[in-house]
Design a protein. Structure first.
Length: 340
């Protein structure tokens, strides 16, 4: 392929990636080293009451934002270096908790609390998504041809639903006197509060993520099963291989590139978990790294947003994603080199 032809095909994609990925990433990285805050001034404010027969006036010193000539609030930007990262990580408190061997003390720090949940959520749902997706694909592939269409349609419904809507639906089933909570209370003859403690909320989040994402893995695996060499399968049957052995030594090795692909997509998406936190309203018990970044961007009572800390949290999240992707990317690189 000529270089001009290559540029004509790749150029638009590269331009969009630089414009919408590289530039924002560099901007976030830069903002993590600067602290931007509003300017305030202390002024005396006299407040008088319409008293009778005389007024009562009180003079107070209050803070108010400084306005520029256009009526906008003046802000100052200060270079703070790595201070935003230190504020997010709180290494002094974390080190003290580790030295004291206090897990509960470490979990009082927002970043480490969010990191614990994010890693747990990501690493537990990954094998479940792959396992459930493969099981559904095998079941559909072995089903009667007339049933495949309806089964595929039903299996894809969870993936079609908007994540926040799906999370809210599951929450409404269990919160308060939800249908499933009422059924469990009737069945177990005891009161149940699914949202009164953190671990039950986490379990519901894990099950919801698997229910929502497994159809994506199912579609990929089902397409891969159509390319399995039937001669190899027939040879394995003739040699006496049972169903489990055919799955382990023929089907899974054939689907391994797809397994790596699904793992890559899932790790990148799941490490940025946010919809479940909002849908299940779990902020009091469970938070994620992505939600922590959002929380830093929420204005406080004075209207300030911790943009530097939000940028630092976003960069730490990016670093975590890169670290998680090292193993599957190394496996992909080795397979690519072995193919050549």
């Amino acid at each position: 392929m000529k270089f001009k032809t290559f540029i004509a095909f790749v150029g638009p994609s590269l331009f969009m990636m630089v414009l919408f990925i590289a530039f924002p990433l560099v901007s976030v990285f830069t903002q993590s080293f600067y602290n931007k805050s509003q300017e305030f001034e202390r002024v005396e404010v006299e407040t008088c009451t319409p008293g009778f027969p005389t007024q009562t006036c009180v003079t107070e010193v209050k803070s108010r934002p400084v306005l520029d000539e256009n009526g906008n609030v003046r802000t100052t930007t200060e270079f703070v270096g790595l201070q935003a990262y230190r504020d997010v990580l709180e290494l002094d408190r974390a080190g003290a908790a580790v030295r004291a061997g206090s897990w509960s003390q470490l979990m009082t720090i927002d970043f480490w609390k969010a990191l614990r949940f994010t890693l747990t959520f990501t690493l537990l749902t990954l094998p479940l998504v792959i396992g459930v997706g493969l099981a559904i694909a095998l079941a559909v592939n072995n089903a009667v041809r007339s049933l495949r269409g309806p089964v595929i349609f039903i299996s894809l419904l969870p993936f079609i639903i908007t994540p926040v809507i799906g999370a809210l639906s599951i929450r409404w089933l269990f919160i308060g006197d939800g249908i499933l909570t009422a059924f469990l209370e009737w069945w177990l003859a005891r009161d149940i509060a699914m949202f009164a403690q953190g671990w039950t909320i986490e379990v519901m989040m894990l099950l919801y993520r698997v229910w929502h994402v497994a159809p994506f893995a199912f579609v990929i695996f089902y397409a891969g099963l159509q390319t399995v060499n039937q001669d190899t399968l027939e040879s394995a049957i003739i040699d006496g291989a049972n169903r489990w052995q055919r799955l382990r030594y023929v089907i899974v090795p054939h689907l391994m590139p797809l397994i790596i692909f699904i793992a890559l997509i899932h790790l990148m998406d799941c490490y940025r978990v946010f919809e479940e936190i909002v849908g299940f309203s779990s902020q009091a018990h469970v938070i994620s790294l992505q939600w922590l970044t959002y929380d830093f961007l929420t204005p406080d009572d004075a209207g300030n947003r911790a943009i530097s800390r939000a940028s630092a949290s976003a960069m730490l999240t990016m670093i975590g994603i890169v670290l998680l992707l090292i193993l599957p990317l190394r496996r992909t690189w080795r397979d690519h080199k072995g193919a050549h």
